[in-house]
Design a protein around this ligand. Structure first.
Ligand code: NAD
Length: 363
């Protein structure tokens, strides 16, 4: 049976992709994950007994462990989700971002190169290394325009810079060594299983608990949102049909300011758990979730606007996002409200929803 290696498969997007890959590819899925604060096996509970699922707790910067996995499973392809992903944390301490995102990707590429070096040309021609990247590598936009695959890289945060560096390495291994690679650059994801520090789950959980909803700066920063299942279907499409050596933007065309997202979350919550009946709100004499909105100092170097032109993947591979933003957001809010157990398990003393990323001290 052919094997697909998925790194970072216990994280938000990775766990959603593992589910899709098991359901749709017929491949053995081998997940490599270090299980950092952001990765948790409870995000994979429903697939843990699947006969084609294997989990290995491995740090992708561990060269000998990664090479052993290549020797043992002789993969047909690898999809690299493993990363440090929170911009605020990259401001507080960039080191793990360089280690995992840059050095870790390098270790995976080297292991792939070594593995393929001793294989016949038909194996080398079938193998794919798909690197999952972000639109943040392109920097920031003004009020108009879109990032295309030709937009020069101009990362502004340590997170974005580490992802950009990894993208360049991936491209170089394709050009120099003939390791056939693909890169996807995606916009902001939302949906089930996202770690609680990110905007949407944080706002839902804080609102339910009657805690303040911290909005950075004036709340006018714009992101282009994509439902996580759409991102996963886009990655699978690129993996199966993309042209080796190419990069593809994956975006939903759903531009929203952060303030709009918070307002939409409050409106969704009023329908499923009205503030006027929520004891955590009533204790503070508040009757509407929007009363919790709290403008706080902005993130240093906060990119103002991201918007992706995803016409290449539509034109070449026929992929488009299937989910409507408002329906996807409502489904997401409901999921976090209904999955208190999952939220408690992944949070487990690792994060108390405190403010991160003000660059006030170096660690
Ligand atoms: P996440 O933080 O939820 O999950 C990251 C996973 O990687 C975790 O399971 C973690 O344990 C694992 N990991 C971290 N360091 C590791 C290491 N050294 N070795 C092995 N595993 C390690 O991240 P996510 O939001 O699911 O993002 C997945 C990928 O998609 C990342 O590469 C990210 O840059 C990219 N991306 C994310 C978004 C988004 O909106 N979340 C958008 C575009 C691109």
């Amino acid at each position: 049976m052919d094997t697909l290696i998925i790194t970072g498969g216990a994280g938000f997007i990775g766990s959603n992709f593992v589910r899709l890959a098991l359901a749709e590819t017929g491949l053995r899925v081998v997940v490599l994950d270090k299980l950092t604060y952001a990765g948790n096996l409870c995000s994979l509970e429903d697939v843990s007994r699947h006969p084609h699922f294997v989990f290995l707790q491995i740090d992708i910067i561990d060269r000998s462990a990664v090479e052993q996995v290549f020797r043992e499973f002789q993969p047909l392809a690898l999809v690299n989700f493993a990363a440090e992903t929170h911009v605020d944390r990259s401001i507080d301490d960039p080191r793990p971002f360089v280690e995992t995102n840059v050095v870790g990707t390098f270790v995976l590429l080297e292991a792939a190169r070594k593995f393929l070096g001793s294989r016949e040309s038909s194996v080398r021609a079938r193998f794919r290394f798909l690197h999952v990247s972000t639109d943040e590598v392109y920097g920031t936009l003004g009020e108009s325009g879109f990032f295309t695959e030709e937009t020069p890289y101009a990362p502004n945060s340590p997170y974005a810079a580490s992802k950009a560096a990894a993208d360049h390495l991936v491209r170089a291994y394709n050009e120099t060594y003939g390791v056939l690679t693909l890169i996807t650059n995606c916009s902001n994801n939302f949906g089930p299983y996202q770690y609680l520090e990110k905007l949407i789950p944080l706002m839902v959980l804080n609102a339910v608990d009657g805690r303040k909803l911290p909005i950075y700066g004036d709340g006018g920063n714009i992101r282009d949102w994509l439902f996580v299942e759409d991102h996963c279907s886009g990655i699978l499409t690129v993996l199966q049909h993309g042209r080796a050596g190419e990069k593809y933007n994956l975006g939903g065309g759903n531009e929203r300011t952060n303030l709009q997202i918070v307002d939409e979350i409050c409106a969704c919550l009023e329908k499923i758990l009205p503030a006027s009946g929520n004891p955590a709100m009533l204790r503070q004499g508040m009757l509407r979730y929007e009363q919790l909105k709290n403008f706080v100092p902005d993130r240093p170097g906060h990119d103002r606007r991201y918007a992706l032109d995803a016409s290449k993947v539509r034109r070449e591979l026929g992929w488009v996002a299937a989910h409507n933003m408002d329906a996807g957001l409502a489904k997401t809010v409901q999921w976090y409200v209904e999955h208190g157990d999952w939220c408690r398990k992944v949070q487990s003393c690792k994060y108390s929803r405190e403010r991160l990323g003000l660059a006030t001290e170096s660690s």
